[in-house]
Design a protein around this ligand. Sequence first.
Ligand code: HEM
Length: 156
Amino acid sequence: MRTSKNVYYIYLLTILFITLSGFGQMPIFKRYYISDIPGLGWLAIFYVTHYIHYICAALFVGFSAYFITGYIMAGRKYLKLTVTGYLRGVLISGLIATGILLVIRNFEGYIFSHNFIIFLDLSHLALVMLFLFTSLYCLIFKKKWAVGSEKWIVDS
Ligand code: HEM
């Protein structure tokens, strides 16, 4: 299995839109007039950002399953995950776990306790900030997800 640059660019686009739509869940783009910029009006429409977040979340879970399966099936013979690779893996697992529970929270009839919902929301948001800053750090300092055989490496 070879991970192409196209897959990597679609992954980056997914991260961009899952982040924009995620923050679109909070009333910040209207409050700070960002949604008044031509072409960005959709950022202030809750249900538009809500469904974009769900679609990107499904893609994000799909990408994670694709990379984990590739690594377990073959990659681990050629690759060694770096410390920042493990850290990003843990943060992504936390984002997916809290995200899935937040999706369940939105189903009718599922009653999580008030405190648990606050805990879920704050931990999802804390994981988002940790993931975004870690990814920025890795981009600036060219920290790779894994080291090993070039044929498996995609620039991080
Ligand atoms: C890099 C990945 C992700 C980012 C940057 C992100 C970002 C965010 C942000 C900023 C919020 C708003 C939190 C708040 O209102 O306090 C949010 C809410 C939410 N996220 Fe994510 N998220 C990510 C991944 C996921 C995944 C994988 C799922 C589902 C499997 C998910 C499901 C949700 C749900 C259901 C909400 C609550 C929406 C509502 O208010 O009903 N997120 N996300």
